[in-house]
Design a protein around this ligand. Structure first.
Ligand code: SME
Length: 167
């Protein structure tokens, strides 16, 4: 287990920052079986490494999502299925990129500072266990590059916590 963390150079391109970060995310979580501990460190490393305004997880809890580990300003604790960007990504089991949150019907405004966002479902065996939510204070801040690399973070979580160990 390795808890060291090196912040990628701020001058790097978005993809290069993600490329510098992903091996560190694997190393940070390797060998740790506790889900909350790993989600907490993933949120902290993503915030520090990518400079996100808000990044965190909403976990499936019956008919609702409940706030999990995150980094950033305080956020709403519960989101119903189909509500907001998170609840819609959960219901549709697909990634949603919102260039302007004011134009997304039913967007849940936890912070007036949030202008754009990306939400990815963490799926295994057709079950959405949680969503990864990233918010920016800039408009149009997320694209396919974010989708591609943040999907790898979701895969890391599935591999660590939702796949049975096969000997
Ligand atoms: N904007 C989200 C709610 C969560 S906060 O942004 C942290 C939504 O509409 O799902």
């Amino acid at each position: 287990m390795n808890q060291s963390f090196t912040q990628p150079d701020a001058q790097l391109s978005k993809s290069d920052k993600y490329r510098a970060l992903l091996p560190q995310l694997s190393a940070l979580t390797a060998g740790e079986p506790n889900l909350v501990a790993n989600l907490a460190n993933l949120a902290a490393a993503l915030k520090a490494g990518m400079g996100f305004y808000w990044v965190g997880f909403y976990l499936e809890d019956g008919d609702e999502l409940v706030l999990g580990p995150f980094q950033g300003p305080v956020a709403c604790t519960r989101i119903s299925k189909g509500k907001g960007v998170c609840g819609t990504a959960w219901q549709q089991a697909s990634t949603i990129i919102v260039p302007n949150v004011d134009k997304f019907p039913g967007h849940i405004a936890c912070s007036a500072e949030s202008r754009s966002e990306i939400v990815l479902p963490v799926i295994h065996n057709d079950i959405v266990h949680m969503v990864l939510d990233v918010d920016s204070h800039r408009l149009n801040d997320f694209d396919e590059t974010d989708n591609q690399f943040l999907s790898e973070v979701c895969t890391l979580i599935i591999d660590l916590h939702f796949k049975p160990i096969v000997n």
